[in-house]
Design a protein around this ligand. Structure first.
Ligand code: SF4
Ligand code: SF4
Length: 613
């Protein structure tokens, strides 16, 4: 029986995650090609396509980074394929180069870029608002607020893109990606083969002579898209009164609840925008007419607020436009926050909010690497050899969790792939010893170019490539260096060591970081040298090893009675399997992953065979 998401029948109703709803919407549009770089909060979109791919009638790939993902999808749409490219918001920065020209070249087959923004930085290094990319590039932008809309908008954005020959932005936020809601399916069409590439250099080759008319075409397309936004069912006005509220994206959901909470549903004039760029100016003017005050409810930047202010000024409307004076410009909204902003604007009395009392006995847990994570062994050895004499340049991956003491292995971090280049710069500027850390997936993403630069410019950096055979942080997606995926062997495995050699690195060592003595010896040797040096610390992520390689924990560590309670294991290793009772240090056998690192650190810890294993 096919996966429920693959059904061709209309009318089925399922409770879906926002990200699963996006997958269904793309299937209902007849998507041909899906590319991605996984990143929370969008990861379940490509992961679902990955799982469906053996049964699906589409091509799916995990690309090495977002720029490449968009370029592959861009090439596919030029050949007539309906294409979807997914990433998290910061990934769009990586893909910005092809994106800004794709809007000139166009998307004959249709192309949607899913940008999953993260207000509140739940799992990201910033909370940039990618609606601004829609304005910078001239892309239509659709912003769902429910699972049903996530499905419908994914479908409609793809179909709109194909119809207009222009790439479109589907902009979600964490709350939409990860909410669960009922979704009614539409029909899934039988597909035709993509038409193939039609040669036309004046249309598809943006050399300056052709780029200038392309820009004119783009500006004309924006106006055609504006006309579409004017009549879009995702944009609507309701209610009446002198005070209006405008909301976009997930702001519409918070607003609906806040109005219900205040008993104001239907009692104020509302402008709800789901198709948010280009701005449907006629609809907005119809909304603004006769209003004295407007409250704009939108997370992050005052994009709609400023658009409405400009429109009111251009049309000489005397209306006060409010938004970021009563709502924050950072973080996620909540119903209470929006209700309070409404109360302020409507001059209603604010109630004393009941503060949810914190649970006093709930243990506070700092972010930490898992028990038996090989990254702990790497950091432990590096700290032992370099201590505070080195500056630690970190990167994006679950190994960033090594930031807190006692490992304290992240002194600075900029973005994906930056540890090598930023580390090189820091070393060059101040002559300090720099140790950079990067994961295998991030190395393929954009670390390689930093390493080329370091070799070429003769920087002085020790790079530790932490190869755990997967992309652990975003959910164990494969990368070009893995042995296996959940679908089988990776027959085209790329050898990181060979890549480093090919880039011109001459000092390379590969070691299992769980072999503490060997790891420490290699670090000591590399510490005495200068220039670009690479250590590949290779050991699979234990969770991945269990899931994909079928690895089993047969032995765990146990603290013997001879332990003198010195606490070094807790203070220096900080493996979460350790804990201290009132009288002794113990290891929880349910948490211990059996990596045997602690046995190499303290002679009072012994291995214990697990019964039945
Ligand atoms: S297990 Fe070893 S390191 Fe931990 S408290 Fe006992 S003696 Fe100290
Ligand atoms: S063997 Fe030691 S370091 Fe490894 S997971 Fe178990 S308790 Fe932690």
């Amino acid at each position: 029986m096919p996966h429920p998401l693959l059904t061709r029948d209309a009318g089925a109703r399922h409770l879906l995650l926002g990200n699963e709803a996006i997958v269904r919407g793309a299937l209902e549009a007849g998507v041909d090609v899906i590319t991605c770089y996984p990143g929370t909060p969008s990861s379940e979109v490509p992961d679902t396509f990955f799982r469906l791919s053996p049964e699906g009638d589409f091509y799916f790939e995990y690309s090495v980074n977002e720029k490449v993902a968009l370029e592959v999808a861009g090439g596919a749409t030029l050949a007539g394929a309906l294409s979807l490219c997914t990433m998290k918001h910061v990934g769009v920065n990586v893909a910005a180069d092809p994106l800004m020209t794709l809007t000139y070249v166009g998307a004959p087959g249709g192309l949607v870029l899913l940008s999953a923004d993260d207000p509140g930085c739940h799992s990201s290094q910033n909370e940039q608002d990618n609606r601004i990319y829609a304005r910078l590039g001239g892309l239509p932008c659709l912003e769902p607020s429910t699972a049903q809309e996530a499905k419908d908008m994914a479908r409609d954005a793809l179909l709109l893109s194909r119809e207009m020959g222009a790439p479109a932005l589907l902009r979600t936020t964490t709350r939409v990606n990860h909410l669960r809601g009922p979704v009614t399916f539409g029909a899934r069409p039988e597909k035709e083969k993509p038409a193939g590439f039609q040669k036309n250099p004046a249309r598809f080759v943006p050399v300056p002579a052709f780029s200038r008319p392309m820009h004119v075409r783009l500006l004309e397309t924006i106006e055609k898209l504006r006309a579409e936004a004017e009549k879009s069912p995702y944009n609507r006005i309701s209610g009446k009164g002198e005070i209006g509220v405008a909301a976009s994206g997930i702001g519409r959901a918070y607003l609906a609840d806040a109005l219900a909470e205040l008993g104001l549903a239907g009692k104020v004039k509302l402008l709800e925008l789901g198709f948010t760029h280009p701005l449907p100016e006629k609809l907005c003017l119809k909304f603004l007419k006769g209003l004295s005050t407007v409250l704009v409810v939108e997370e992050l930047e005052p994009v709609l607020e400023n658009d409405l202010r400009v429109l009111a000024q251009k049309r000489g409307l005397n209306v006060a436009i409010r938004g970021k004076d009563v709502l924050p410009r950072n973080g996620e909204f909540s119903v209470g926050l929006v209700a309070d902003a409404l109360r302020t604007v409507l001059k209603l009395r604010k109630p004393q909010r009941k503060v949810c009392a914190g649970t006093a006995d709930l243990p506070q847990r700092a972010p930490n690497l898992c028990a038996s994570c090989p990254h702990r062994a790497t950091y432990f050895a590096v700290k032992k050899v370099f201590g505070n004499d080195a500056v630690y340049s970190s990167d994006i991956g679950c190994y960033t969790l090594g930031i807190l003491p006692p490992l304290a292995a992240a002194d600075f971090l900029l973005c994906m792939g930056s540890s090598i280049s930023a580390g090189s710069g820091a070393a060059r500027a101040a002559g300090q010893t720099v140790v950079g850390f990067i994961g295998d997936s991030t190395f393929f993403h954009s670390g390689i170019t930093g390493l080329v630069n370091a070799v070429f410019n003769r920087h002085d950096i020790l790079l530790v490539i932490m190869d755990n055979h997967t992309t652990a942080m975003t959910g164990h997606q494969p990368n070009p260096g893995v042995d296996k995926t959940i679908l089988g062997d990776n027959e085209a495995k790329v050898d990181i060591e060979a890549v480093c050699r090919g880039l011109g690195v001459t000092r390379i060592e590969t070691v299992n970081p769980l072999h503490h003595k060997k790891m420490t010896a290699i670090l000591e040797k590399m510490k005495a040298e200068r220039g670009v040096r690479v250590i590949i610390a290779r050991e699979p992520c234990p969770l991945h090893a269990r899931r994909v390689y079928g690895a089993k924990v047969t032995r765990v560590a146990a603290v013997s009675d001879s332990c003198d309670q010195c606490g070094r294991c807790l203070d220096e290793l900080a493996c979460p399997a350790f804990h201290k009772t009132s009288s002794k240090v113990e290891i929880n056998p349910l948490l211990c992953g059996g990596c045997m690192l602690c046995l190499q650190v303290c002679t009072h810890i012994k291995a214990r065979k697990l019964e039945g294993k």
